[in-house]
Design a protein around this ligand. Structure first.
Ligand SMILES: Cc1cc2nc3c(=O)[nH]c(=O)nc-3n(C[C@H](O)[C@H](O)[C@H](O)COP(=O)(O)O)c2cc1C
Length: 328
């Protein structure tokens, strides 16, 4: 068994899907529903305001998943935590200590791929997946010893990249024998099938999970996602200082003008505008185009599975059409 297969085997997934960590939006309720329904559920450590509160969430999730696993007699997928490894995050060391103490099974690092963090997580047998938007950062993460790379491509919700997933997955596959997670604008089981077809091992879905009952998001946010198409999403650094995808409707509602969001660097929207990134300026990826409902996560996951199987079967059926006919 190769390295990728060994890692995937440890995840006990029923579907090749990760519900990605989202600031404010993903909390214990969503994580638990994801894991109980066969996919990997995650949340950012910073979604709890304190390190002590973060540890309480971990204990709650661990206890509930252990009880569910004992009840069904089946291993469940693990849960994951996003740790922002950057000097702007003063909690990084304290949160890492908690992660090691609670032996969090999967850590998703963003911004810094640091060998010390990877070694700390490996010390208790945990896995590290790292977010990247280009091959330069991928190489640094590979050197730091990560187990998986999350390729954040064009159209993704949150801080997105600009690369097309097809060449990016192929390029990373040539340099990395770990797990490849593809992120960006996937909302259906057919999209997940496309990610696998491109060579990714797992699909990493964010925006789709905002429109679920368990997500911590305003009803207005969920409704805007349902009503939006690709035209309603803009890619700009003006809101948070790092290029990200935002819903135009939420910027307009906060009184922000096109001229302001067209700025290349972080803009000062002025005190008269109630502009608070993430809280009332809403981020979403281009995958809004294929989101038409708000539903319990369990129902969404069941549907993603059915759509994935249908798409794979359709692909297999094409084999017949394109198999060379023997001549004569
Ligand atoms: C509202 C929102 C908040 C996010 N917050 C975080 C975060 O705190 N940490 C992180 O690693 N990624 C964050 N992301 C990025 C997602 O984890 C993931 O990369 C992205 O949503 C995948 O693209 P998709 O939304 O098109 O499916 C966020 C995305 C969204 C939409």
């Amino acid at each position: 068994m190769n390295r990728r297969q060994q890692i995937l085997e440890r995840l006990h997934l029923s579907l090749p899907i990760v519900a990605s960590p989202m600031f404010i939006v993903s909390r214990q309720a969503l994580v638990l529903e994801c894991c109980k329904n066969g996919i990997l559920g995650t949340f950012p450590a910073l979604n709890n305001r304190t390190t002590a509160g973060f540890e309480e969430w971990l204990v709650e999730i661990k206890t509930e998943l252990a009880a569910e696993s004992a009840r069904t007699g089946q291993p469940l997928p693990p849960y994951g935590v996003n740790l922002i490894v950057h000097k702007t995050n003063p909690r990084v060391m304290a949160d890492l200590e908690v992660i090691v103490r609670q032996q969090v099974p999967v850590i998703i690092t963003s911004l810094g791929a640091v060998k010390e963090v990877v070694d700390a997580v490996h010390s208790y047998g945990g896995l590290v997946f790292h977010d990247v938007t280009n091959t330069y950062h991928a190489q640094k993460a590979i050197a730091a010893g990560v187990d998986g790379l999350i390729l954040v491509c064009a159209g993704a919700g949150g801080h997105a990249g600009t690369l097309n997933p097809m060449p990016f997955v192929a390029e990373i596959r040539r340099m990395f024998d770990g797990v490849i997670l593809l992120a960006g604008a996937m909302s259906t089981g057919r999209d997940v099938a496309s990610a696998l077809q491109m060579g990714a091992d797992l699909a990493y879905l964010g925006t789709r999970f905002i429109a679920t009952t368990e997500a911590e998001a305003d009803e207005g946010y969920k409704q805007m996602i349902i009503e939006s198409g690709t035209r309603e999403i803009i890619y700009t650094a003006s809101v948070s200082g790092i290029p990200a995808n935002w819903m135009v409707g939420s910027l307009r509602a906060a009184g922000i003008t096109e001229e302001q969001w067209d700025q290349k660097a972080k803009a000062d929207f002025g005190a008269e505008h109630e502009a608070k990134a993430w809280k009332n300026l809403w981020s979403a990826g281009q995958g809004v185009a294929t989101i038409h409902d708000n539903l319990p996560a369990a129902d969404l996951i069941a549907r993603l599975g059915a759509e994935l199987r249908e798409a794979l079967a359709e692909q297999a059926a094409r084999l017949e059409q394109y198999t060379p006919k023997s001549v004569g």
